[in-house]
Write a protein that binds this ligand. Structure first.
Ligand SMILES: [Mn+2]
Length: 457
C-alpha cells in the first residue's frame, strides 16, 4: 500500500480532502504537544516482530497513531516527524535487501503534503531527524537503539490520551476512507452469502469474502468470524472448518475490509431455509434499524445500549422465547443471557478504536452501566464519531445452562430456546457516522449501491 488503489471518483475525493485532514491533524497535535510540554512528535509505524527461533516475521500491522498521518500499512520502521508550524516529515524505511522487495517510494494523493525522505536503516533515520530531540515525544515501539536518540518521553500517557480522545471524531477524508472500507466489505459479504447459498464450508466462505473484497487475509482489519450453524453462538468464533456440515442451518459472518488504514466491521446472519429463524433475524434487523434511527450528536451511548436491552426484551417476548414481559426480562437479567456483549464501539484506524471511555481529553473515565461489563463505549456521541451498531440474540449453551440453574430460568421458554440452539445466534452489525441530527449508515448505503433494490436484505 505505498499508494492506495481506488476508483477514480474516490481518488478525486481523497485528493481534495487529504490536505485539510492533515492540516487538522497537525493543528490538534500541536495543541496536544503544547498542553503536555513537548516541542515535537516522532511517530513510529511499528517494528517487525520475529517468529521465535526463525528468520521470519509475523504479518506487519502499522500502528494507528502513524496511520492517521499517512496511509502506509506495509512499511515497518518508518516515521513521521512533526514540529508545529512545519510541514510534517515522512521517513520511509527502504532497506537494501535482496531477500524482500523494498517499499516503493510513496505515491498518490497524499504524498505531496509531506517532506518525504527515503532512509535505508535506523542510523540514516536518526540522521534525517533534528540533532536534538530533548523536547520531543515519541510514540511507537521501544526498539533497541531508541534510548540513544534522546527523546524526552516514550509513549507519554497524557499526550497519547489527548490524541486518542480526538480520534473518535472523523475528518471528511476519514469518512471517505470508511465509506470505501464499507463498500469493499459489502462486496465481500455478497460473495460470502453466495458461497453459503451454494453450500460452501466456512473456509470456502472466507475465501469468497477475501476475493469479493479483493484483499489478502493480512490486509483485513480483523480475522473474519465465519460461523455455520451452532458455532454462531461463539461470539469470536475463530475456526474455519474446511468441510461443510451435513445439515446446513445458518451462517453468521462478521467480517470487514480495510481501506487506507480504516476498517469496516460488518455482520450479517442468514437462515438457510428455516422460516422461524428467518423471522427472528428479521426482528433483530428491525430492532437494529430502530436503534440506528435514534443516533445523533448528543446521545449518550450508554442509553443506546440500555435501550437495546429494552428492545431485545420485546423481541424475545414477541418471538415467545420468554415467559415474562420485556421490562421484567431486562430487570431480571434475562436479556443479558441472550445479548451478552456491548451494543457497539468506536471504529476507525482500529476495529475496536481507542478512547471509548474517556470523559475528556485531559482525564477521567465514564463508567459502564452496572451489570454491563462488556460495553466498549460510554461517551456521548459527537458529529463525526463512527460507531458500530450490533445487536444480537444468541443461544449460548454456557449462559443458558447458568440461567437454567437460577430463578431467572423460570422466565425463559425452554422448549422454544431448544428449537433455536442449532442456529447458534444472530448478529446484525452496521457502521454509522454520526451527524448533527441523525447518522449516515455507511454499511447499508454500501450494500444498496451494490444490490438491485428487490434483493436487499
Ligand atoms: Mn463490531
Amino acid at each position: 500500500m505505498q499508494g492506495v488503489d481506488c476508483p477514480p471518483a474516490l481518488a478525486a475525493a481523497l485528493e481534495d480532502s487529504f490536505g485539510p485532514h492533515l492540516k487538522f491533524v497537525c493543528e490538534r497535535t500541536a495543541r496536544a504537544l503544547a498542553a503536555c510540554g513537548y516541542s515535537g512528535l516522532l511517530v513510529h509505524s511499528g517494528s517487525l516482530v520475529p517468529v521465535f527461533e526463525d528468520d521470519r516475521s509475523y504479518a506487519f500491522e502499522a500502528h494507528a497513531p502513524f496511520k492517521i498521518w499517512a496511509p502506509l500499512g506495509d512499511v515497518p520502521d518508518s516515521f513521521v516527524w512533526f514540529e508545529p508550524g512545519r510541514q510534517p516529515r515522512l521517513l520511509v524505511h527502504r532497506p537494501a535487501d535482496y531477500w524482500h522487495k523494498p517499499a516503493d517510494p510513496p505515491h498518490g494523493y497524499w504524498v505531496r503534503h509531506f517532506d518525504v525522505r527515503l532512509v535505508s536503516d535506523l542510523a540514516a533515520t536518526r540522521a534525517a531527524l533534528p540533532p536534538v530531540l530533548a523536547q520531543a515525544a515519541y510514540i511507537g515501539d521501544a526498539f533497541v537503539e531508541l534510548p540513544t536518540w534522546g527523546v524526552k518521553a516514550v509513549n507519554p500517557p497524557a499526550l497519547m490520551r489527548r490524541l486518542d480522545y480526538d480520534r473518535a471524531a472523523k475528518t471528511p477524508y476519514e469518512l471517505a476512507c470508511l465509506r470505501e472500507a464499507n463498500r469493499l466489505g459489502a462486496r465481500g459479504h455478497l460473495a460470502a452469502r453466495e458461497a453459503f447459498d451454494a453450500g460452501a464450508s466456512e473456509f470456502e466462505i472466507e475465501l469468497a469474502f477475501l476475493k469479493g473484497c479483493g484483499l489478502r487475509e493480512q490486509e483485513l482489519p480483523y480475522n473474519p468470524i465465519v460461523a455455520l450453524n451452532a458455532w454462531g453462538a461463539v461470539l469470536h468464533y475463530q475456526m474455519l472448518e474446511k468441510t461443510t456440515p451435513a445439515a446446513r442451518h445458518s451462517l453468521l459472518i462478521d467480517a470487514g475490509a480495510e481501506f487506507a488504514g480504516y476498517a469496516s466491521d460488518i455482520t450479517r446472519t442468514y437462515s438457510h431455509e428455516d422460516v422461524a429463524f428467518r423471522s427472528l433475524i428479521e426482528r433483530v434487523d428491525r430492532l437494529q434499524q430502530a436503534l440506528c434511527a435514534g443516533l445523533r450528536s448528543g446521545v449518550d451511548w450508554r442509553e443506546v445500549h440500555l435501550r437495546a436491552h429494552a428492545l431485545t426484551g420485546e423481541v424475545l417476548r414477541d418471538a415467545d422465547l420468554i415467559r415474562c414481559g420485556a421490562d421484567e426480562a431486562v430487570a431480571t437479567g434475562v436479556t443479558r443471557v441472550f445479548l451478552p456483549h456491548g451494543i457497539g464501539h468506536l471504529l476507525g484506524l482500529e476495529v475496536h478504536d481507542v478512547g471509548g471511555f474517556m470523559a475528556s481529553a485531559e482525564g477521567g473515565e465514564l463508567p459502564r452501566p452496572e451489570n454491563h461489563p462488556y460495553l466498549r463505549l460510554t461517551r456521548t456521541l459527537e458529529e463525526g464519531f463512527v460507531v458500530t451498531m450490533e445487536p444480537g440474540i444468541y443461544f449460548i449453551p454456557q449462559l443458558l445452562d447458568a440461567a437454567r440453574a437460577q430463578p431467572l430460568g423460570s422466565r425463559i421458554n425452554w422448549p422454544c430456546v431448544e428449537g433455536f440452539m442449532k442456529f447458534g445466534g444472530i448478529r446484525i452489525e452496521d457502521d454509522l457516522a454520526v451527524t448533527a441530527n441523525a447518522s449516515e449508515n455507511l454499511t447499508r448505503d454500501a450494500f444498496r449501491a451494490l444490490t438491485p433494490p428487490e434483493s436487499i436484505v
